[in-house]
Design a protein. Structure first.
Lengths: 360, 350, 312
């Protein structure tokens, strides 16, 4: 459907995008995610044809599209600002693209009506964008894309201008739309929750490079590096830095200053810098009284406690660790508690932040 | 009355009233007299006959000696009021006067001729608006022709100005191309070359292009205005680029983006430029005077100017024509007063 | 307008990226080229050639003779001793006119703007009355005042009612000059008032309220608060008024015809008469005078761009 091969972009000597390569299958829902400035919007606009490609190839349906004008690529983009034409009614906004293609009047009428029904805009067709709420504008922007029956839908942070409640609602609506239309969709967001909940596959970007491509749970369970591990998942993963003291048989022991020895899966050269990561929900309170000498057991003082009812967060100072506890907790501020880091839940990264090879 | 009082004594908000409020009110009222009375005077005078215009001291309203038809006499006779003597208070028609005595008739019962001293008589005055001043302009002079020339030049020039200035402004605000900044700089530089400076060469060019005595000779030289390009460009810069990219995704050609998206969204700035252009064109004088020298091609200001040479003694026609020239502008101003003053204040150019 | 769509589509096919922009600027740029840039070149050619032929190829080269003739004077303080005395009368009259007209007009505009900058239901009415003459054709303006000022006009009638003697206002050198200045102020003041009013309204209200809390007397409030904050607008108005005053022609030409004598003949009238209204048209002389005027205007425009820039 869509294939990117070594795609890069630079302004003069400044390179903003390097060697982006991945395929999108027909009907897939792909999410580009990354912190602001990572190049995800630029990449989307390169796919659209709104930005030029400096190196590499963009293929749509097997045909090189690098120099195809935006309008001829058969794609539709939903803008972050919606970019609705303020001087046209909702109906005119949706019909404009079809009129440009000289689509017969009757067909325009029918397609607009269908999209309006699908998006519950029937009663708003005669209004101007300024007379609509944020969510309604969003739906018109989507409707404008739908009527063109594009090969690929592109969304550029479409929900960032909505309040939290509407965002959840629209998220569900877009997901439902995808199921109904079964069209390929590419969706850009900086919000990893959106990425996790909507995507078939996620592309994680950082400073113009692809960090990892994979299904949401794949990224969650097997992050390829420390950046992806830290970016995907909420609350954020804990990291502890140390030095490798032993590594054999698929297991490595690292010494973390002030904490002690921690064992994790993976193989790294002895003596090198390393870090381990563990998600707050995987940190367990240690059963009963334990001594600090035991493996992956450690103690810390509760520096803050957040009780959410269904779950609780405890933040430890030295070592700085967050843990999420199911249900409510009896831990009080200043209590010293013992915790256990289950070895098979630990992620081991080398000095560059790349996941350690399993050694098998 | 009390409303008028509160209106006139309105103070600057919650601040205390001081002498400056009274001084400024007095100043403004005086200003209204100076600014407006001459125009009122023009309007009032334009309704007078040539005869009434020559009266001194002049009156504001078009008073005119009354005439009356008397049976048995051809034409009309002037009507007089008797102020003293046996017939005091009566209105009589004057046949003639010989020396200091006038011969009069009662117009209702034309019987014997009455002899009354002239000093006891006063002409009866009545209000008479001389609309023929205006109708004669159309019947005896080519007023409609001049009017049509002015309308045609103003309309065509304004449309062309709006079109080509907005096209240039669109390119200068929404495209990145080599030489763009140079083009913009060049257009701003033309601010330094007002028409007065290129009068002679423009006449040569008009002559070469066979535009002398043609309305197009008046129209073309002024349609590209640096003011208009600058004004529209500044406005178009505020239109989000997203809209243009959305239109591009919507398969709109670049021309269609300009015509269907950018132009409709620039209506406020286009309105200001249209007002300017109409003003410039309707009132333009020096260049039309140079390029048009056949009277059939004259615009209203030119016709007025040549009339004031030819009709020096026929003020009643001159005044009527002046009124007809300023009337369209005045009517437009009455309706669009707010937007015109606001538009000009915001643009700060002329 | 769909007429233009087809050729534009074609152009779009052949021009990549932003280069289509050139197509959009071309009409405007051509008009500028033909009626602004080319004329400057022709002006230069005319200025160094003589004779009365219109087409440059038929004109003999005379070098700086036109400029020399224009600038030759035995005594520069007395225009009558100059070879082209009308030019020098034009210069002196224009200089005097600029100083008087700009000085009084900016002062009056400021006064009017200050008077208008008060809340009140009648403000819109007053503003409209002061602005109205700006919209009138210079010919109309001149005829209105000609009618008011004529020997048996309303002004003399008013003076007569007060027991004063009537005047032939436009037939006397000094009164004709006075009325030229007055009429052009009357016609243009509203425009500058509007700009200054916009400037005044941009001054935040709380500054005045603070001044009131400090018990600032009105004059001091004007000198120390209003005037400094209004300075940018005032400079713009001053420079715009200068640029226009140097080019004074239309209304005065209709009002007085430049007379009596040469007392209201200005520089632009000299250019017009020399180039178009004489029996023998001296294009070279007119062009040379245009270039001298252009030098002055260029300096003023540079000043204008300097003054307007900090506002953004």
């Amino acid at each position: 459907m869509l294939r990117l091969q070594g795609v890069g972009k630079s302004y003069g000597t400044v390179s903003v995008m390097r060697d982006v390569t991945f395929d999108v299958a027909a009907g897939e829902f792909i999410v580009f995610v990354g912190p602001s400035g990572c190049g995800k919007s630029t990449l989307l606009r390169m796919i659209c044809g709104l930005e030029t490609v400096t190196t590499g190839r963009i293929e749509i349906d097997g045909k090189l599209a690098n120099d195809t004008p935006a309008a001829s690529r058969g794609l539709a983009l939903v803008f972050q600002s919606y970019a609705l034409y303020p001087h046209m009614t909702v109906r005119q906004n949706m019909a404009f693209g079809l009129e440009n293609l000289r689509t017969p009047k009757a067909e325009i009428e029918q397609r607009v009506a269908e999209a309006a029904r699908m998006l519950r805009l029937e009663n708003l067709l005669a209004r101007r964008p300024t007379q609509l709420s944020g969510g309604q504008r969003q739906r018109v922007a989507i409707g404008r894309a739908i009527v063109r029956e594009p090969r690929i839908f592109l969304f550029d942070e479409p929900l960032s201008n909505l309040d939290a409640e509407l965002r959840v609602e629209m998220r569900a609506e877009i997901a439902q739309l995808h199921r109904r239309l079964a069209t390929t969709m590419i969706y850009v967001t900086h919000d990893q929750v959106e990425a996790m909940t909507m995507a078939d596959r996620i592309v994680v970007l950082r400073s113009g490079e692809v960090e990892q491509v994979g299904a949401p749970l794949d990224l969650y369970n097997n992050p390829a590096n420390r950046f992806v591990a830290g970016f995907i998942g909420s609350p954020r993963m804990n990291f502890l830095d140390g030095r490798v003291t032993a590594s054999a048989g698929g297991w490595t022991t690292i010494e973390v200053a002030g904490v002690g020895a921690i064992r994790a899966r993976g193989m790294l050269p002895v003596g090198s810098q390393a870090s381990i990561g563990i998600r707050p929900e995987h940190v367990q309170p240690a059963p009963g009284e334990t001594t600090g000498a035991a493996v992956n057991l450690l103690r810390g003082q509760a520096a803050s406690i957040e009780q959410l009812g269904a779950s609780s967060f405890v933040r430890l100072a030295s070592p700085a660790l967050n843990l999420q506890i199911q249900g409510q907790t009896q831990v009080r501020f200043g209590d010293e508690i013992a915790i256990f880091l289950p070895p098979d839940r630990l992620h081991l990264f080398d000095a560059e932040g790349v996941i350690a090879p399993s050694g098998e | 009355m009390s409303r008028l009082a509160t209106m006139l004594t309105a103070r600057r908000g919650r601040l205390a009233r001081d002498w400056t409020d009274w001084a400024s009110l007095a100043y403004l009222l005086l200003g209204v007299l100076v600014m407006f009375l001459p125009v009122v005077w023009l309007f009032a005078s334009s309704l007078k006959t040539d005869q009434a215009l020559n009266a001194f001291p002049p009156t504001l309203l078009p008073w005119q000696p009354a005439q009356v038809a008397v049976p048995g006499h051809a034409g009309t006779l002037p009507l007089m009021r008797v102020t003293a003597g046996r017939f005091a208070g009566e209105r009589l028609a004057e046949l003639r006067h010989i020396g200091l005595v006038a011969q009069l008739l009662d117009p209702a019962r034309p019987g014997p001729v009455l002899h009354i001293p002239v000093r006891d008589l006063k002409p009866v005055l009545h209000l008479h608006a001389s609309w023929s001043n205006f109708t004669d302009l159309v019947r005896r002079f080519n007023f409609l022709g001049y009017f049509w020339n002015s309308v045609l030049i103003t309309t065509l020039a304004t449309l062309i100005t709006l079109l080509i200035n907005s096209m240039a402004a669109f390119a200068l605000s929404k495209y990145r191309f080599a030489g763009r900044d140079a083009v913009f700089g060049l257009m701003l530089a033309t601010l330094m070359v007002p028409p007065t400076i290129v009068l002679v060469p423009n006449f040569l060019i008009a002559a070469r292009l066979d535009l002398v005595n043609s309305l197009w000779g008046v129209i073309w030289p002024g349609v590209a205005t640096p003011t208009g390009v600058f004004l529209l460009r500044q406005y178009m810069l505020t239109i989000p680029d997203d809209l243009i990219e959305a239109a591009r995704m919507d398969n709109a050609s670049e021309w269609r983006i300009y015509w269907r998206i950018v132009l409709p969204l620039s209506t406020p700035a286009l309105g200001v430029l249209a007002i300017f252009s109409v003003m410039w064109r309707w009132n333009d004088f020096l260049w039309p005077m140079v390029v048009l020298n056949r009277s059939s091609a004259f615009t209203l200001p030119l016709a007025l100017f040549s009339f004031q040479g030819d009709l020096q003694t026929q003020w009643h026609y001159l005044l009527a024509m002046t009124v007809l020239t300023l009337l369209p502008v005045t009517v437009i101003f009455l309706f669009l007063q707010r937007s015109i003053t606001q538009g000009i204040a915001s643009a700060g150019v002329k | 307008m769909n007429l233009l769509e087809a050729p534009m589509r074609l152009a779009q096919k052949h021009l990549r990226g932003g280069r289509i922009g050139w197509v959009f600027v071309t009409p405007n740029l051509s008009v500028f080229g033909l009626f602004t840039f080319l004329p400057i070149v022709i002006d230069l050619i005319y200025a160094v050639t003589g004779g009365n032929q219109l087409f440059p190829a038929q004109r003999p080269y005379v070098g700086t003779a036109n400029f020399q003739a224009l600038l030759a004077c035995r005594n520069y303080l007395d225009p009558n001793t100059c070879t082209r005395d009308l030019f020098w009368h034009g210069i002196y009259n224009t200089a005097e006119f600029v100083v008087l007209q700009v000085g009084f007009m900016v002062g009056l505009s400021l006064a009017t703007a200050l008077a208008l900058n008060r809340p009140g239901r009648a403000r819109g009415f007053f503003r409209a009355v002061f602005f109205y003459p700006v919209l009138l054709s210079p010919v109309v303006v001149a005829l209105i005042w000609k009618w008011v000022l004529q020997r048996y006009g309303v002004l003399n009638a008013g003076l007569g009612a007060l027991g004063l003697a009537p005047h032939d206002w436009l037939l006397n050198s000094s009164t004709a000059f006075f009325w030229s200045v007055f009429v052009s102020i009357w016609a243009h003041m509203g425009f500058y008032t509007l700009i200054l009013l916009a400037g005044l309204q941009a001054i935040p209200r709380d500054v005045y309220e603070a001044a009131a809390m400090d018990a600032t007397p009105p004059w001091r409030r004007f000198r120390r608060v209003t005037l400094p904050l209004l300075m940018p607008s005032l400079l713009v108005v001053l420079v715009l008024a200068l640029i226009r005053a140097v080019q004074i022609f239309d209304e005065v030409y209709v009002l007085t015809g430049g007379g009596p004598g040469t007392s209201t003949t200005f520089l632009v009238q000299f250019i017009y008469q020399t180039g178009f209204a004489q029996q023998v048209r001296e294009y070279g002389m007119a062009a040379a005078a245009s270039l001298l005027l252009a030098a002055v205007l260029m300096a003023l425009t540079v000043l204008q761009l300097r003054v307007t820039r900090p506002r953004k």
